[in-house]
Design a protein around this ligand. Structure first.
Ligand code: ADP
Ligand code: ZN
Ligand code: ZN
Length: 726
């Protein structure tokens, strides 16, 4: 009998759930791939692209299928990323093949060759077109004036692609990249910035995590830039993660002005563009990468520093599929690569503050605004018994008037889109509900409709009540559309800009809005989260939080933290040196401890108390948590599934700790309970909460999970360090 020489058997991770690693044979006509190379393999009835994870396999199977193609001669996934993928598989309890598929750019996943395309950028040659070819001469002159201009920009300037191609084909122009601008230098750091920079450079070659805890406008970005400078000058690279909403042209511009070879990765790019940038980082052509969540998986030739801006931001946590935290992955990568890591925020996550207090992160403070601007003052309006117009109380009207008549701008924050969150029948109490979710429908005007903010279903606004038939329907509660209308009635003389997902869909539209606003004319902005982050409005002197209560009252244990962060972040938009800001907060519970703490002692005081509460309750960051979720068309199926999981987790706990008499309290399992908003898009969702006294115990329990067979429509997931939907 013939036996396959072991050297020609490899292990391949394929993007499939559960068992995702399989052995394959390498046929003689193909080279044996290195770990990290892509291969095409037969799988089921089709073919798929997988990653070779090992070429040192002695397979027990006599009959192996053969790989059908080798896509990379050098590994696409380098050793560092491969290690990271293995670690993520263990940490997030997610199949290796799916982890690898998540961390690769889509184009790479689909098998596109790992080749850098010549850039679509052009310069003139000495061979000018004949003068009588007028159009050609025009374009030639234009490109001569803009060496390195992209084909796209040429088209934007009004020339056609066909004309461009003609010039290329006739040798009048050739590929050429624009000359790099002379890098700018930054301002001299102030004392606090210098202290931070000294601390970071003192640990230049080795892992240290720094928590750069600095109020909005205190010059954190300037610290990142100056900390990066010597590292980049020494030929190494920097990875800068920013929240989705923070990746503005201004931010990118600041990095590009200092470091011309800066690349950008975000979700609006084409797959091809993303892949090209990924490859440019890998081969060292780019010095700096500024990117959103998934940029954390970019390979580098020589990474020298990692920065995570606004590290508390929820967009770093992926909420579906592989539920990773880009911030935590950044920490892991910096640790493995032994390079410094800077986590910056004006409102650090309790996790990060906890790590700083435990000595795992070095805590750096920036307490003053870099330009010397004054901090805003806080005021609370007790809403009990106040008369109000569309959510705006009388005292608030006076405050807004005062700021407008001084020629200043006002920012009104309300984290709720639409006109009103409820449409209620005043005769019988009926409320408009989504047909597919356990959720109330939000009433929108312009166009008038009822919208489910959870599944997106839209309905016509009824004229009469569905239950009693009376024409007694009324909107209850306030959304941004309604306060916009209210403000327009109260202040007809000033422009009002509403900024939320309904008015401002694209980043460019947002930029255009902000450009208008920052010309400084007196106006009112009303909007959601989109207003809270990343932008400075130098002419805003009044920030209003219309409803501070919802967040503090939510049952989600993270809600107070998120609410405090958002209040501080919006407040940070206001004021500059000569124009100090005021923050006015409307609340029906002005004495709630979370709010008073936040106002009297600032975010640090709030966080201190919140951490103490979490400790008492045995919650993260003190005790690690995982959430098992299951959803099915029939709720019982989800419950049955989770109950079996619970038995397994509990059994694992008992066998894990015989010293504690088989009943060690190391892992506690709560549930299954209905998830918040249990029915969504016609599926019912349940969850099981797992809390452990340490990470090892948590992972041990989760390792013992063997998800039972379940109906085909059941979907389930493990969420380690869950962030939302608790
Ligand atoms: P943050 O990232 O903390 O919000 P920035 O780095 O954006 O703060 O700084 C806020 C503003 O102050 C920016 O316009 C920046 O150019 C300016 N700035 C920062 N540091 C200094 C400094 N040392 N001297 C003068 N201006 C500074
Ligand atoms: Zn009714
Ligand atoms: Zn719905």
């Amino acid at each position: 009998m013939q036996s396959t020489p072991p050297a020609r058997v490899i292990q391949v991770a394929v993007p499939r759930p559960l068992h995702s690693v399989y052995d394959y044979m390498v046929p003689d006509e193909l080279d044996v791939p290195e770990p990290g190379a892509r291969v095409e393999v037969p799988f089921g009835r089709s073919r798929t692209i997988g990653i070779c994870t090992s070429n040192q396999v002695t397979s027990p199977h006599a009959k192996l299928k053969a790989i059908t193609a080798l896509l990379d001669t050098t590994p696409l996934v380098n050793a560092e990323l491969m290690e990271l993928a293995h670690w993520m598989t263990r940490y997030y309890h997610y199949p290796l093949g799916e982890v690898l598929s998540t961390i690769l750019p889509v184009a790479a996943r689909r098998g596109q060759a790992a080749e850098l395309k010549p850039a679509d950028c052009w310069q003139t040659t000495a061979n000018a077109p004949a003068e009588r070819a007028r159009k050609q001469t025009e374009l030639y002159a234009y490109i001569q004036a803009h060496p390195g201009i992209s084909g796209e920009a040429v088209v934007e300037a009004g020339f056609t692609r066909a004309l461009l191609r003609k010039l290329i084909n006739q040798g009048h122009i050739e590929p050429g990249i624009p000359p790099l601008p002379t890098p700018q230098t930054g301002p001299a750091p102030n004392a606090e910035q210098q202290h931070a920079l000294d601390a970071i450079s003192a640990r230049g070659d080795g892992f240290t995590a720094f928590l750069l805890d600095g109020i909005t406008g205190s010059g954190k970005t300037e610290v990142y830039l100056q900390a990066m400078a010597p590292i980049i000058a020494s030929g190494r690279q920097a990875l800068v993660l920013v929240p989705e909403i923070g990746l503005t042209p201004q931010t990118v511009g600041r990095f590009q002005a200092r470091f011309p070879r800066t690349g950008v990765l975000h979700s609006d790019l084409t797959d091809v563009a993303r892949y090209q940038t990924w490859l440019r980082c890998q081969n060292g052509e780019l010095d700096v990468l500024v990117g959103t969540r998934s940029a954390v998986f970019t390979p580098f030739k020589s990474l020298g520093i990692v920065v995570v801006d606004e590290e508390h931001d929820s967009s770093y946590k992926q909420q579906e599929g592989l539920r990773y935290s880009a911030r935590d992955i950044a920490v892991k990568r910096a640790h493995e690569l032994k390079v410094p890591l800077v986590l910056g925020s004006a409102t650090p996550a309790l996790e990060s503050l906890h790590n700083a207090r435990q000595g795992r992160y070095q805590h750096l403070h920036l307490t003053e605004r870099a330009g010397g601007a004054a901090l805003p003052s806080y005021h609370v309006i007790d809403m009990r018994g106040e008369t109000q117009t569309d959510g705006i109380s009388n005292p608030l009207v006076h405050v807004i008037k005062r700021h407008l008549s001084a020629g200043n701008q006002v920012l009104v924050f309300l984290n709720r889109r639409g006109f009103a969150p409820t449409l209620l029948c005043s005769a019988c109490g009926w409320q408009a509900q989504c047909s597919d979710c356990d959720a109330k429908l939000t009433m929108h005007t312009r166009p008038p409709q009822l919208v489910c903010h959870h599944c997106g279903l839209r309905f016509q606004t009824p004229a009469t009540c569905d239950a009693c038939g009376q024409a007694a329907l009324m909107p209850v509660g306030i959304g941004t559309q309604r306060s916009e209308a209210g403000l327009a009635k109260l202040f007809p003389e000033v422009p009002i800009y509403r900024i939320d997902r309904d008015t401002t869909r694209s980043n460019t539209a947002l930029e255009a809005r902000f450009d208008t606003i920052n010309q400084g004319a007196s106006c009112i902005m009303i909007g959601t989260q989109m207003l809270a982050k990343g932008h400075h409005f130098p002419d805003v002197t009044l920030v209003v939080v219309l409803n501070a209560d919802a967040g503090f009252l939510s049952p989600d244990f993270r809600a107070p933290e998120r609410t405090a962060q958002i209040i501080v972040q919006v407040a940070g938009r206001a004021g500059r040196a000569e124009k100090p800001g005021e923050v006015w907060i409307q609340s029906f519970q002005p004495d709630s401890p979370a709010l008073t703490q936040l106002i009297s002692e600032g975010y640090a005081g709030f966080a201190e108390k919140a951490l103490a509460e979490r400790q008492l309750a045995g919650l993260p960051p003190w005790n690690p948590m995982a959430m098992l979720r299951a959803e099915a068309t029939a709720g019982e199926d989800a419950v049955r599934f989770l109950n079996t999981c619970k038995q397994q987790l509990t059994a694992a706990r008992i066998t894990s700790d015989p010293a504690a008499g088989g009943a060690g309290p190391s892992v506690s399992v709560f549930g299954p309970v209905a998830a918040p908003l249990a029915r969504q898009a016609n599926r019912t969702r349940y969850q099981l909460m797992v809390l452990a006294d340490n990470r090892q115990h948590l992972h041990h329990a989760l390792d013992h999970l063997q998800p039972p067979r379940s109906p085909g429509n059941l979907r389930w997931s493990i969420d380690v360090d869950p962030y939302d939907g608790l």
